[in-house]
Design a protein around this ligand. Structure first.
Ligand SMILES: Cc1cc2nc3c(=O)[nH]c(=O)nc-3n(C[C@H](O)[C@H](O)[C@H](O)COP(=O)(O)OP(=O)(O)OC[C@H]3O[C@@H](n4cnc5c(N)ncnc54)[C@H](O)[C@@H]3O)c2cc1C
Length: 284
């Protein structure tokens, strides 16, 4: 289907983008990589009167080392994040989850910021961002504000970013030396996650001294498996011990039932995949 007609603007700075978002056009949408928005427009699930294309704003792109944190511009593509040596070294679980997004074509166009604001419960990037205790920087008419990942995802397809705001960058505290793994369960290759687990752990002398675990598609928003994180502390980074700690991963979750599986199947998957993710993270 052809989208409903809309006006289009492509500002070259965040200030100009915010100003375009403040215009009196009835319904405005931000266009990033277009990998989720364009299908939505073609299906006429949204009919904006104005598209603000943020793809020509240099300050929204790139990955920088700011000492104790990495800062990733919202328009940085999945391919750039997955290939980045900085991300691999300091935020390994994000690199691994990003490698698992879709196919090379989508990863070439889709952006980190677009995935986070789109907030699909089955999207692969909210969980690692939550696990890494990232902070998200949002620009709007009232200036800039920073929101911790724990407060960013409000509901299915709903985040802290308002209609007339832009996510500009993501600040990720460095997790240098932490093992990392993203365990994604799909029925066929290059599918959205049925369930997935982002795990990053620190291992000292064979024991887990710190663990961060978050679940994809086990509720409307990504969920931190805090019970598992606590149960892992001080435990040997080995088979049965980790599996036992992981067996409570699904507690407190509210997974969907759909054609890929019902809620109880997903709870079983979450427990099994968490064990696998933590063991793989501890081994690298
Ligand atoms: C065939 C296919 C398979 C896919 N498979 C997967 C998968 O397996 N895993 C996965 O995680 N994703 C998958 N995706 C989605 C992909 O990761 C998209 O790139 C992502 O969901 C959206 O990023 P985008 O840059 O394309 O954003 P857009 O499509 O341009 O925008 C998405 C939404 O976010 C808003 N938005 C975007 N950027 C900003 C910003 N900086 N500030 C404010 N609002 C903003 C837009 O207004 C829109 O509402 C798939 C997509 C396709 C087409």
């Amino acid at each position: 289907m052809i989208p409903v007609a809309f006006d289009y603007t492509a500002p070259s700075s965040v200030a100009d983008a915010v100003s375009a978002l403040g215009s009196d056009s009835e319904e405005i949408k931000v266009l990033a990589g277009g990998q989720s928005l364009i299908p939505v427009l073609r299906l006429r699930l949204a009919a904006p009167t104005l598209l603000v294309d943020i793809g020509r704003i240099p300050e929204l792109r790139g990955i920088t080392d700011e000492g104790d944190a990495l800062v990733i511009g919202a328009m940085t593509t999945h391919a750039e994040v997955a290939d980045s040596d900085l991300v691999k070294e300091h935020a390994g679980v994000l690199a691994k989850a990003t490698e698992a997004v879709a196919d090379p074509q989508v990863r070439h166009r889709g952006t980190l910021g677009g995935s986070l604001v789109h907030a699909d419960p089955a999207g692969d990037l909210p969980a690692p961002i939550l696990a890494l205790d990232a902070e998200l920087v949002i620009a709007g008419a009232d200036g800039e504000r920073t929101v911790p990942a724990a407060n960013f995802f409000h509901d299915m397809f709903a985040t802290a970013v308002g209609d007339r705001e832009i996510l500009t960058k993501v600040r990720i505290p460095k997790h240098t030396g932490w093992g990392a793994h993203y365990e994604k369960f799909t029925r066929v290759a290059q599918q959205w996650s049925i369930v997935a687990v982002a795990a990053t752990v620190k291992v000292d002398g064979g024991s887990i001294s710190a663990a961060k675990v978050a679940l994809t598609n086990m509720g409307a928003t990504p969920i931190r498996a805090t019970g598992v994180e606590q149960a892992l502390l001080g435990r040997a980074a080995a088979g049965d011990t980790v599996k036992q700690a992981a067996s409570s991963a699904a507690e407190g979750t509210n997974p969907p039932t759909d054609t890929n599986g019902d809620a109880s199947y997903r709870r079983h998957l979450a427990n099994v995949l968490t064990g696998r993710a933590v063991l793989a993270a501890a081994a690298n």
